[in-house]
Design a protein around this ligand. Structure first.
Ligand SMILES: NC(=O)C1=CN([C@@H]2O[C@H](COP(=O)(O)OP(=O)(O)OC[C@H]3O[C@@H](n4cnc5c(N)ncnc54)[C@H](O)[C@@H]3O)[C@@H](O)[C@H]2O)C=CC1
Ligand SMILES: Nc1nc(=O)c2c([nH]1)NC[C@@H]1CN(c3ccc(C(=O)N[C@@H](CCC(=O)O)C(=O)O)cc3)CN21
Length: 289
């Protein structure tokens, strides 16, 4: 079965670890995106997160800016944060009509209770609204380090079901993983994913270079492992929490180990407010001998 192509690069082997990367921004990063745009390759997928306390208008405007700058917007839909069917379909219709959106990312969201009718990602996908709106690809969350509310077995079962559901609706599934500081669990998870027959393209979540305190704050907030030994491998000494840290060692380790057995893999950068710094890091990494 042929599914819509979600990025021309996916059919070619990557030219390097950063080739065909994607970015994740929030509605507040618009000025930074305009500033960084000349240093970002055209058509780069740019995800727009769905954070609490942002207006729908701000998210729609951000998605439009992404498109107008020549990038491929991928707005997030947080099932548990959507208050009604109108809330969901209104946002979807707005980004499709105003920003030409073709791909969306669907995630449960952190709230313990749903604000409206959608308790998980599947509840959004199974409405049929995405394909009716002309969406061609759906991103879903991957959790290489596990998930606080699911067993490892369940996380793979849920991924299998969501990929099948998306494909049955004639859209292309794409897995985007939670960010991580440690290559080992990512590689192990990728191997297991492929062994279980899940062949969807995977974008591995990588933190952009950021202040060490910022990285640790986000890790705590998002339930990401940041033990002393993991941070040491990443290049952070907990006796020296000042300064910034980049994903050099993590990306090096992935680059050394990744092979055809891991299937289609690209990187997805989480800049955590430091978009310009992240894009500079990517371009410098690419230019290294
Ligand atoms: N970029 C990322 O990777 C982000 C990750 N997340 C986290 O990923 C989690 C899982 O999302 P999906 O993989 O889309 O799961 P999903 O929507 O496919 O749900 C799978 C199962 O986990 C349960 N579940 C999901 N979130 C829950 C929660 N907050 N509390 C209790 N049970 C929950 C669902 O009810 C369902 O049974 C989110 O809940 C959130 O914690 C949230 C935002 C961004
Ligand atoms: N479980 C989970 N929940 C999430 O909400 C979440 C994840 N995982 N994984 C990563 C993504 C990325 N997320 C975010 C959230 C906030 C900003 C952000 O830049 N917020 C503020 C700065 C706040 C700060 O520095 O603490 C901003 O100015 O926009 C970026 C990415 C949230 N995300």
């Amino acid at each position: 079965m042929s599914l819509p192509s979600i990025h021309p690069n996916w059919d070619l082997p990557p030219k390097g670890m950063t080739d065909g990367y994607s970015l994740e921004i929030t509605a507040r990063d618009m000025e930074a995106l305009v500033e960084a745009a000349p240093a970002i390759a055209g058509e780069t997928p740019v995800a727009v997160t769905f954070l609490p306390g942002e207006s729908l208008e701000a998210r729609i405007a951000a998605t439009k800016v992404v498109r107008d700058l020549g990038f491929e917007p991928m707005p997030h839909f947080s099932a548990r944060r959507l208050e009604s069917g109108d809330d969901f379909e209104g946002y979807l219709e707005a980004v499709v009509q105003q920003a030409g959106v073709r791909r969306c990312f669907v995630i449960a969201g952190d709230p313990a209770e749903a604000a409206g009718p959608y308790g998980d990602s599947m509840a959004l996908i199974s409405t049929g609204a995405f394909e009716r709106a002309g969406i061609q690809a759906i991103g879903i969350g991957g959790h290489p380090e596990g998930h606080p509310n699911m067993s490892r077995e369940q996380t793979f079962a849920v991924l299998t079901e969501k990929c099948a559901e998306i494909a049955s609706r004639k859209m292309a599934p794409l897995i985007v993983t939670q960010f991580s500081f440690d290559a080992a669990p990512i590689l192990q998870w990728l191997a297991e994913l492929r062994a279980r027959g899940i062949d969807a393209p995977v974008r591995i979540g990588v933190p952009g270079p950021a202040g060490i305190k910022t990285l640790m704050r986000f890790a705590a907030r998002c339930g990401v492992g940041a033990s002393t030994s993991v941070l040491a491998k990443y290049g952070i000494s907990i006796t020296k929490l000042i300064g910034t840290a980049g994903p050099d060692k993590l990306v090096d380790a992935l680059g050394k180990a990744l092979g055809p057995q891991h299937g289609k893999v690209r990187l997805h950068f989480y800049p955590f407010g430091g978009l310009t710094r992240t894009v500079e890091w990517i371009n410098n990494y690419k230019a290294r001998p």
